[in-house]
Design a protein. Structure first.
Length: 472
């Protein structure tokens, strides 16, 4: 396996190489490429049964894990200990007694964190099988909680295709020889569970935007992350201290409300709330089977240039009489993501929040290449530092707006369309951008075709026809 890794590095060092490192050898275990020999193959990843079993259950040797047992399962204390060790990247899984055998991982990137894959039941089917009398609403809460726990853990998250939309194989626990109808992704199910799909997108965006959730060095994790609550009362709380703020990730595995008494969130901002109804305070009431992420600033946060910049700013600059603040959905548009995907039109540096200091690696400025997609946080909110406009792409990481947009002038009045080709309305009237207005085309002014017509993208799910735009 080390030889294979070396060969792959000659092609692309970024390739992932991982597998099922189960202990199945009956002889010469010292050369087995299993989890127990992780220290001998430090650049190989392993499906982590430690986090899988502690979060949901082993299968077929079923015993309820954290998202099933409501904090009352017989092995709760052992599951809590194993989950925390796994969540923090796996270093403590090398300590005898933490898990079923010593797993001497050398870095978090060796742990593939998952709760569902091609083998056995899907996560949704397992929950339905384990809790046959449970309400559908609670099954969904448990599903979201399990996915959140592996998505936010240090290491490599692995999500089974369709898991984000409650994928089911109708209870089949070994579908290798089942027909396509069982194994295919049901796209109607994806359509019917868009709220869950959007929650999964939120998880992805939070993980991408918070470097502390993606540390790959055990010393850095020890320095950055503190376990505030190790499962007492069914609550797991992790505090991440970096760059002038503290990020709190909280899981409530109880099937009931729980009081978060040991963390003051009265001055915090919510980044993610799986339930949607949590009110932050000195004491915060956590919703049943829920995930909460909040940020407490240690200093005054940067303020956007003005309130109207939030959301659509940077998508449309209005030099005519049209009101860019009127650009909005009409009820049939896709839900907006917390981040806006934008393609760079130039090579760019990454700046800190003074607008002057650039991020460096080995003494050289880090450069993002032309054509790379960035994720502008807060729906593309614009910040002004040192008289220049920036998008935020990470924790204290910013790129200049003028490296992402191309100006275009309208030669006709123009409707604004969704990506499904429907004109957006405000009230009962179509939104109209006036002739001679300037628009800012995203994606390096790439042309997209919608229902046979050509469009420029000017915002998240907002497009104008190329025919209404002056040619360069």
């Amino acid at each position: 396996m080390n030889d294979i890794r070396d060969e792959l590095n000659q092609i692309d060092p970024g390739m992932l190489l991982y597998g099922e490192g189960w202990d199945m050898r009956t002889a010469k275990r010292e050369i087995g490429a299993g989890q127990y020999n992780a220290d001998k193959i430090p650049s190989i990843g392993f499906f982590s049964d430690d986090i899988r079993n502690s979060v949901r259950s082993d299968e077929p040797n079923y015993a309820p894990g954290l998202v099933i047992g409501d904090g009352k399962e017989e092995k709760y204390e052992a599951d809590a200990k194993k989950f925390i060790a796994s969540y923090l990247g796996g270093k403590d899984l090398a300590i005898p007694g933490v898990t079923w055998q010593i797993h001497p991982y050398q870095s978090p990137s060796q742990t593939i964190n998952y709760v569902a894959c091609h083998d056995n039941r899907t996560l949704y089917d397992l929950l339905k099988w384990a809790l046959p009398k449970e309400s559908e609403a609670n099954i969904i809460k448990r599903d979201k909680l399990a996915t959140s726990m592996i998505m936010l853990a240090e290491g490599v998250p692995f999500v089974y295709g369709g898991q984000e939309a409650l994928r089911t194989k109708d209870g089949n626990n070994n579908s290798y020889n089942a027909p396509i109808e069982v194994n295919e992704i049901n796209w109607e199910r994806v359509k019917d569970n868009q709220d869950l799909v959007n929650y999964f997108k939120e998880l992805i965006n939070v993980r991408k935007s918070q470097p502390a959730l993606r540390l790959n060095n055990y010393d850095e994790i020890a320095k950055t992350v503190k376990t505030v609550n190790a499962g007492e009362g069914g609550i797991f709380t992790f505090a991440y201290k970096e760059d002038g703020k503290t990020l709190y990730v909280v899981f409530n595995v109880n099937d009931s409300n729980a009081e978060l008494n040991d963390v003051d969130l009265s001055k915090a901002d919510k980044l993610l709330d799986s339930d949607g109804n949590v009110v932050l305070g000195k004491t915060t009431t956590l919703m049943p089977l829920s995930t909460l992420i909040a940020v407490v600033p240690d200093e005054t946060p940067v303020t956007p240039e003005n309130p109207s910049d939030t959301g659509n700013t940077g998508s449309i600059t209005n030099t005519g009489s049209a009101d860019s603040s009127q650009i909005q959905g009409n009820g049939d548009t896709d839900k907006l993501l917390p981040a806006l995907d934008i393609v760079l039109t130039h090579n760019v540096y990454i700046y800190q929040n003074d607008g002057i200091t650039t991020l460096k690696e080995n003494g050289k400025n880090i450069v993002l290449k032309l054509g790379k997609t960035i994720h502008a946080m807060n729906n593309g909110q614009i910040f002004t530092f040192n008289g220049k406009k920036f998008y935020q792409i990470g924790e204290n990481e910013y790129v200049k707006v003028n490296n992402t947009l191309k100006r275009k002038v309208l030669i006709h009045n123009a409707f604004v369309y969704t990506k499904s080709g429907k004109a957006i309305k405000k009230g009962h009237k179509h939104i109209v951008l006036k002739k001679k207005s300037t628009i800012l085309a995203l994606d390096n002014d790439k042309i997209v075709t919608i229902k046979g017509k050509k469009f420029y993208r000017i915002g998240n799910n907002k497009y104008v026809k190329v025919a209404n735009v002056k040619k360069d």
